[in-house]
Ligand binder design. Structure first.
Ligand code: SF4
Length: 361
């Protein structure tokens, strides 16, 4: 590896490119520990362009970590609605409470202390430590792994922890010699996001072209190497919008420990083998609520993809039978009108059902 002033020769061109090409982001203008914390939680699994609006609304409602710590988790989830991966919202809220309780609002600034906070893994801890506190700790995310493996024609699988650890160790040696760890880390991530794209790297406009082994050998598309992934499962789900005689419908809250924990939904669940969506809807409602209903019109068939599976959701208008047993469920529940929908936080797939409900009623 050629070096200049102890740094590999690609580092200075990378940081010079970043100074000119970096995108405007509200948390970059004033990278306080709190702003960096919120942005890094939001950026997990989510594109910058999507995060910006959420970040601005979040900071307006919770301008300080104390304001966030003193809020209710339902208010945090409402602001997060549509951003997905809702455990991040709950973890961020817990994180604010932990910081305010344990440290009298002084932010932990070491990797070890940050890693103890809820929902913070190695990448997020390194990002906060370097960007907010100038610590010389490298970030190793998907963008960095991609540009690094292409730069060096590194053919080890990036799904292996040993590969990530080795790249982290190499970057740790490098970052020890840079004057701004924040700029160095953000430069690598920005290059991966803006130039060294997964499918079509823009090598013609890359500041690292002269140093890149993959460019020299036309092998960029072969990196990074990944293990073969298993096919994503696809589930069929049936849900019922159970209307009472006053036009209100039933919603149930998901358990804290579940995926989409704390959000609200219609009763329903997965189809069993050989079962029709209509029959599954009836069975699930009986099992989940004890209610006897008549399953009516199919309002919508929604396709939705989560990170590890896809669903086809069949949504039926149901009517509560006059002789139904009372509602029996341990889960928090409400009978609401369409006007009250904004008072609760629902998964994205449900919002597609709301549109169909408005056409129906
Ligand atoms: Fe990626 Fe191409 Fe730049 Fe190499 S030259 S780092 S493959 S964009």
């Amino acid at each position: 590896m050629k070096t200049t002033n102890k740094l590999p020769d690609w580092c200075e061109p990378l940081m010079a490119w970043f100074a000119l090409a970096k995108r405007q982001m509200p948390w970059r203008d004033n990278p306080t520990p709190y702003a960096v914390l919120v942005s890094e939680y939001m950026l997990q699994q989510t594109q910058v362009a999507t995060v910006i609006g959420y970040f601005q609304r979040f900071m307006k409602q919770f301008p300080t970590i104390q304001a966030l710590a003193n809020s209710s988790v339902d208010d945090v989830l409402k602001l997060w609605e549509g951003l997905g991966y809702y455990s991040r919202a709950r973890h961020l809220h817990q994180c604010a409470q932990a910081i305010c309780a344990q440290n009298n609002t002084a932010f932990p600034d070491s990797l070890e202390a940050l890693l103890k906070l809820p929902g913070i893994g190695t990448y997020t801890a390194a990002a906060i430590a370097s960007i907010a506190f100038g610590k010389k700790i490298p970030v190793v995310d998907g963008n960095v792994l991609r540009f690094w493996t292409r730069l060096h024609e590194d053919s080890a699988s990036i799904d292996d922890q040993t590969t990530k650890r080795r790249i982290f160790d190499s970057l740790t040696e490098i970052i020890a010699n840079v004057s701004s760890p924040s700029v160095f880390n953000q430069s690598m991530m920005e290059l991966g996001a803006l130039v060294c794209h997964p499918a079509n790297p823009d090598c013609a406009n890359c500041p690292l072209q002269a140093y890149c082994q993959s460019f020299a050998h036309h092998t960029a598309q072969s990196f990074p190497v990944r293990k073969k992934r298993q096919a994503i499962p696809h589930y069929h789900v049936a849900v019922g919008i159970i209307y009472d005689d006053d036009g209100r419908f039933l919603i149930l809250q998901r358990g804290e420990q579940q995926m989409l924990g704390g959000l609200w939904e219609f009763p329903g669940g997965k189809l069993e083998k050989g079962e029709t969506p209509r029959k599954a809807c009836l069975r699930e409602i009986k099992e989940e609520t004890g209610l006897a209903v008549t399953v009516g019109k199919e309002l919508a068939v929604i396709q939705h993809a989560y990170s590890h599976f896809k669903i086809t959701m069949h949504a039926f208008a149901c009517h509560l039978n006059i002789d139904s047993s009372p509602l029996t469920t341990d889960r928090p529940n409400h009978w609401i009108t369409t006007d009250e929908i904004p008072c609760f936080t629902f998964p994205k797939a449900n919002h597609k059902i709301f549109t169909a409900m408005q056409k129906h009623y």
